[in-house]
Design a protein around this ligand. Structure first.
Ligand code: GDP
Length: 530
């Protein structure tokens, strides 16, 4: 494999994820995108929702009972000669920790907003993650076919709450609920939509030049033009460097259900979203795209195949060409790892991967030794990518084995859940050195998954004692630990990565501590609340 091929292949890849609040239309948009790219022939074949055709994964009874999808998949397809990897993210807020890790594995993000709701809490928290990692964000305002908010007001909100300068790429012709088409802000033409039934095919559209648009769309066209110009004049002119620097967000309007505005989004991704770039290793050195193969694991998933509980570690390729069968080294253990069974996930179907390039996601089957955050590399020179940052947890519980005689199995199983990133595992000096773990999660459903797996998979049922902490900060100076531990409604929890979290029952305990000890250093965590 010549290096030039790797660079060529990397340049023709776009790896991105969609983040949104539940119900904003992420599944619908994913289907619409895949439909445009002709990756699937019928809407509904990718994501399972009740009433739709297929279910990506119903791998756990819990999942079935709740009707939600806990797993995520990668859709790979080509569009205009570009290879697109759309890394799916779980919809439920409780699994946003998973989304956090997905965001670390992509090169750009589409932030999907419901036109009637604007920026919602989960979207903002996930956006926080993009900002922390400097990931370029494209904003897609969805459901414009239904009554909703004013386009300028939505852009103002975007600027005020994210700090990103909105950069309109398209602007709606007609208010929300009366969607005629979109103005292409770059050339003043209008793409007018002709309705298709049920979103079963790509939207039929016609392009009108500015004169024809003015004549045929009249007032709706001039309002769109004026509003888009207003925003452009206030700093939202198209400046791609500012998008790539994560300072500005291109904004597009559409209706995913009707496949309207989706082609423009795809075209922008292909034309202007970043291709894979060299990733910095732990020392801050960029790993060149044409260096020998390297990748990092951002997700470990168990039991995707209901027939037997297999385990798949998903890794994002950062450099070099991956060839199935090659033996790579796991930096964490220094041990070789054979890659005979490697898959590419496409909805429910899986196919074997023979080669992969920077930007691609490979699924390593039965990789029980791999943990979230592990680096894999080929060649003689080791490389290690930085740990994946953890999301600020919001729920805490002390875990104990239900059957004390199975303590060893219990600890092994907890370690496995930690490796998979199902829950965060912490220790507290206050609870003795005996290794009683405190589990931490972003949402309580992560605990349900943990309880379920402990019982059914590891035959090691556990009990959880929930701790009533609601406010979390990072303790900067470990020497100040006793100050926090002295409070009876606060304590310090130590994460395995060495981070010390100061947790408080409420803002009051935090305020009291800060008043008593004004010099105490506490930081906010990414994605944190409270
Ligand atoms: P998710 O939870 O973000 O994956 O949202 P879904 O894709 O499941 O969509 C939630 C609901 O919004 C569904 O009933 C969709 O049919 C509907 N929806 C999604 N996009 C649009 C749109 O563009 N227009 C309208 N009217 N409804 C939409």
């Amino acid at each position: 494999m010549v290096a030039r091929d790797v660079l060529y292949e990397a340049a023709r890849r776009r790896t991105f994820a969609v983040i949104s609040h539940p119900d904003a239309g992420k599944s619908t948009l994913t289907e619409a995108i895949a439909l445009h790219a002709k990756a699937i022939t019928e809407a509904g074949a990718v994501h399972g929702k009740p009433g739709r055709r297929a279910v990506v994964s119903d791998w756990m009874r819990l999942e079935q009972a709740r009707g939600i999808s806990v797993t995520s998949a990668v859709l790979t397809f080509s569009y205009r000669d570009i290879l697109i990897n759309l890394v799916d993210t779980p919809g439920h807020a409780d699994f946003s920790e998973d989304t956090y890790r997905v965001v670390s594995a992509v090169d750009s993000v589409v932030m999907l907003l419901d036109a009637a709701k604007g920026l919602e809490s989960q979207t903002l928290r996930l956006f926080d993650v993009c900002r922390a990692q400097g990931i370029p964000v494209i904003t897609f305002v969805n459901k414009w076919d239904r009554p909703g908010r004013d386009a300028l007001e939505l852009c103002d909100e975007l600027a005020a709450r994210t700090g990103l300068q909105p950069m309109p790429l398209t602007w709606p012709v007609g208010p929300a609920g009366d969607f005629h088409g979109v103005l292409d802000c770059r050339d003043g033409t209008v793409v007018r939509y002709l309705r298709t039934v049920g979103g079963a095919a790509a939207a039929r559209e016609e392009r009108l030049d500015p004169t024809a648009a003015a004549a045929q769309e009249g007032a709706a066209w001039s309002v769109a033009r004026e509003e888009a110009d207003l925003l452009a004049d206030s700093g939202g002119g198209i400046g791609l460097e500012r998008f790539l620097a994560a300072e500005a967000s291109p904004v597009l309007f559409g209706a995913a259900l009707l496949n309207q505005g989706v082609r423009q989004l795809l075209d922008f991704l292909v034309d202007s979203a970043p291709a894979p770039r060299p990733r910095a290793d732990v020392t801050g050195q960029p790993r060149h795209l044409d260096a020998p193969f390297s990748a990092f694991v951002f997700k470990v998933q168990t039991g995707m195949n209901p027939a037997h509980r297999d385990q798949v570690a998903f890794a994002r390729v950062c450099s070099g060409a991956f060839e199935r069968g090659m033996v790579v080294t796991n930096t964490a253990t220094g041990r070789p790892f054979a890659t005979k069974y490697v898959q590419q996930a496409f909805g429910r179907q899986r196919s074997t991967v023979d080669v992969a390039y920077p930007g691609d996601v490979i699924g390593l089957v039965n990789a029980t030794v791999l943990r979230v955050g592990d680096t894999l590399f080929a060649g003689a020179v080791p490389v290690r990518f930085p740990r994946l940052p953890s999301f600020a947890p919001a729920c805490f519980a002390v875990a104990r084995p239900a059957d004390i005689s199975r303590a060893k199995q219990f600890h092994r199983a907890i370690a496995r859940l930690r490796a998979e990133g199902i829950v965060q595992v912490m220790r507290s000096q206050r609870r003795g050195q005996g290794g009683i773990p405190v589990l931490a999660a972003v949402g309580p459903m992560q605990f349900e998954v943990a309880l379920h797996r402990m019982e059914w998979e590891f035959a090691s049922p556990m009990t959880l004692e929930h701790l009533a902490y609601t406010v979390v900060r990072r303790l900067v100076d470990p020497g100040q630990r006793p100050l926090v531990d002295a409070g009876w409604r606060s304590e310090v929890l130590e994460r395995e990565d060495g981070t010390e979290l100061a947790v408080f029952a409420s803002q009051i305990e935090l305020a009291v501590l800060q008043r008593l000890h004004p010099h105490i250093e506490l930081d906010h965590l990414v994605g944190g609340v409270g």
